[in-house]
Design a protein around this ligand. Structure first.
Ligand code: SF4
Ligand code: SF4
Length: 273
């Protein structure tokens, strides 16, 4: 029998993971991204400018993050939290839909303890990021996660959130209660409307490519090196929002909405922003 090779198996698994990646990026603007520092980056992401691709190793990391949710939910149940990890109305993952399907969010769970109902968000961190969140002020130290929880509280009409953080290097745990913050919610709602309605590229966080956030940004070459984004309907001036989270083209004679694959393919009349 030929000697079995672990390296060959790793290559096989990695290739299979690459093939199983979705063909086109997320169709809606995610509530989880609304608190990101740069509004232009959020818009680029939603409008499929140079969609970010992940290596098989990163995909495994994401799935590891997902797999840490159940053990934490089990711990909460151990201390008398009632936890709904799926929406009892649908039996599916919690999903919040706004702006006729163009904005969506998915929270990890909803829980209740001592008659207080709350949104639960569970996040995995590396050791440095974990050290930062354990300083005890999520709004200051991890604004994206704080905003995500606020937007979900608004969607569920709740006043409380529970942030659960775990460190993937040593399995330490950290919990923080988050209280509803009307000012942040108002800002988020205005921001999402602005992004949906923007018909020009929104302003970025900086105009200097040396700014630290821009230096690390996936879209750096578009903002600062005149790189053209991928030509698809989302990056085309003629695309328009349609009902129920769909998109249409103002240029086409044949009216009607376009499938995700049609949007991804675009056409020769594509016109860049
Ligand atoms: S490079 Fe800077 S300005 Fe451009 S999208 Fe990224 S963070 Fe925003
Ligand atoms: S002109 Fe072509 S690329 Fe632009 S939105 Fe219409 S179908 Fe898409």
């Amino acid at each position: 029998m030929a000697k079995l090779s672990g390296m060959d198996l790793l290559e096989e698994v990695t290739a299979a993971q690459r093939l199983s990646q979705v063909e086109h990026p997320r169709s809606y603007l995610g509530m989880s991204s609304l608190g990101y520092q740069c509004q232009r980056a959020i818009w680029f992401n939603w409008r499929w400018f140079n969609p970010e691709t992940f290596t098989p190793r990163m995909l495994r990391l994401f799935s590891r993050g997902h797999n840490t949710e159940q053990p934490i939910i089990d711990l909460l149940r151990l201390v008398d939290f009632q936890v709904w990890d799926v929406d009892p109305k649908t039996g599916e993952q919690w999903e919040f839909v706004a702006h006729d399907g163009h904005i969506k969010g998915h929270c990890d769970s909803v829980a209740e303890r001592h008659q207080k109902r709350m949104v639960v968000e569970i996040k995995t961190h590396n050791v440095n990021s974990f050290r930062l969140v354990t300083k005890g002020n999520l709004k200051l130290n991890k604004i994206e996660h704080f905003c995500q929880a606020q937007r979900y509280m608004e969607a569920l009409d709740l006043d409380l959130g529970l942030y659960c953080a775990t460190c993937k290097n040593n399995d330490s745990l950290y919990f923080e209660y988050i209280y509803r913050d009307e000012k942040t919610i108002k800002w988020l709602l205005e921001r999402e409307r602005f992004l949906l309605e923007a018909d020009e590229i929104p302003g970025g966080i900086s105009e200097k490519d040396t700014f630290w956030i821009c230096k690390m940004c996936w879209y750096n070459n578009i903002c600062y090196a005149n790189a053209k984004p991928v030509a698809n309907c989302r990056t085309c001036r003629f695309s328009e929002l349609a009902e129920k989270g769909c998109w249409k083209c103002s240029k086409k004679e044949k009216k009607g909405t376009m499938s995700l694959t049609e949007q991804w393919m675009g056409c020769r009349q594509h016109c860049h922003f």
